[in-house]
Design a protein around this ligand. Structure first.
Ligand code: SF4
Length: 354
């Protein structure tokens, strides 16, 4: 594996090839610190030592008709998670204010389900207005599932800065983790959110029994979609889900996966998301050398580290919390209500084809 070559590419904003990304995943534990250091050089080129904090607000939990096998909110799930219908706007605004008080720059409004109805979108628009009132300046990301006609435009108009919808795994592996919708449906929603002028956030889940090729392929698909942020989740094997016995990750493998994503998507926000505590454990601070963004405290149907512990970890590792108002992305990727420019391969900017 040519780590220096990977760093040189990353510093130029170019993506690793499929073979290079596979080599990162296949590298031995003995070389792990070299891989982290190399990914760290790319991370610092584009994001310095800043760490963006994100805070999840669960607007609606459980009660989903889909069958995603990793999800505690799936059809017929027996996981004992809290199930409730929509949080009221003032409740969501209070939760968002707690997140911003803890240093969060972005709040992610999450609702379980296949996708929102138009009435749901109006409800979320009201919630966005309430959050903008109490927490002006906070970035608002909606994560409501598959979008249909007009819904992305409405969310953008209501003030959503970003839309999040994960691809989760490769197209080839998709039918193994979900049968009620297709990979292409998810791609369609990511493209709808981009077309509407929202920043596209889409990531993956590792540890579901996938092959290295699946992890690399989903990372390359996200690069091709030109998303602005890539949350990397490590499977939390919730009891009562089909993957409850699947423990396929080590802390070292998690770091290699994060480094692989950084080399494939060098100049975008790579976010350490679900499962970091149980899979990275004491190696979490090393991950900060690769990612530039984390979820703060509690998140979606699982218990995260309390916010204070996260802030201490960031300071102890020599990083700093990104300030509200500071741009996260490098200048060449920044946009506000942008007309998107797709990036296809090294240094080639093409007009949007969406
Ligand atoms: S991931 Fe979303 S669509 Fe799939 S089961 Fe969970 S809540 Fe439903």
């Amino acid at each position: 594996m040519d780590l220096n070559g990977l760093v040189d590419k990353g510093l130029r904003g170019e993506s690793a090839t499929r073979d290079e990304a596979l080599a990162v995943l296949a590298s031995p534990d003995d070389g792990l610190l070299d891989v982290v250091a190399a990914a760290g050089r790319v991370r610092r080129r584009w994001f310095g030592r800043r760490v963006k904090l994100n805070y999840l607000v669960n607007l609606k939990s459980g009660l989903c008709p889909e069958d995603c096998s990793y999800c505690s909110q799936r059809l017929g799930s027996d996981t004992g998670i809290l199930k409730y219908t929509w949080l009221k706007p003032e409740q969501a605004a209070a939760a968002a204010a707690a997140g911003t008080a803890g240093g969060a720059k972005r709040v992610c409004l999450v609702a379980s389900g296949r996708g929102p109805t138009d009435r749901d979108v109006e409800r979320v628009a009201t919630t966005i207005a309430a959050i903008r009132e109490t927490s002006p300046g906070v970035e608002i990301c909606a994560c409501l599932g598959l979008l249909s006609d007009g819904q992305a435009d409405r969310l953008r108009e209501a003030g959503a800065h970003a839309y999040s919808h994960n691809l989760n795994t490769s197209e080839d592996n998709y039918a193994d983790i979900c049968t009620t919708h297709r990979f292409a449906d998810r791609v369609d929603t990511v493209e709808r959110s981009r077309r509407a002028g929202m920043s596209a956030c889409s990531g993956l889940i590792a540890g579901m029994g996938e092959a290295d090729g699946d992890l690399v392929d989903v990372a390359l698909a996200l690069r091709e979609l030109d998303v602005d942020s890539v949350p990397v989740n490590f499977l939390i094997p919730f009891e009562g889900t089909p993957l409850s016995e699947t423990w396929a990750l080590t802390p070292q493998r998690c770091l290699r996966i994060l480094a692989m994503v950084r080399f494939v998507c060098p100049d975008v926000e790579v976010r350490l998301a679900g499962g970091r505590e149980i899979h990275l454990r004491t190696l979490q601070p090393l991950a900060l050398h690769v990612v530039n963004s984390i979820f703060l405290g509690d998140y979606l149907t699982s218990e995260g580290q309390p916010g204070r512990a996260d802030l201490e970890m960031i300071a102890d590792a020599g990083f700093e919390v990104e300030r509200a108002g500071a741009g996260t992305l490098p200048a060449h990727r920044r946009h506000t209500g942008r007309v998107a420019v797709r990036r296809r391969g090294a240094g080639t900017d093409l007009p949007p084809n969406a």
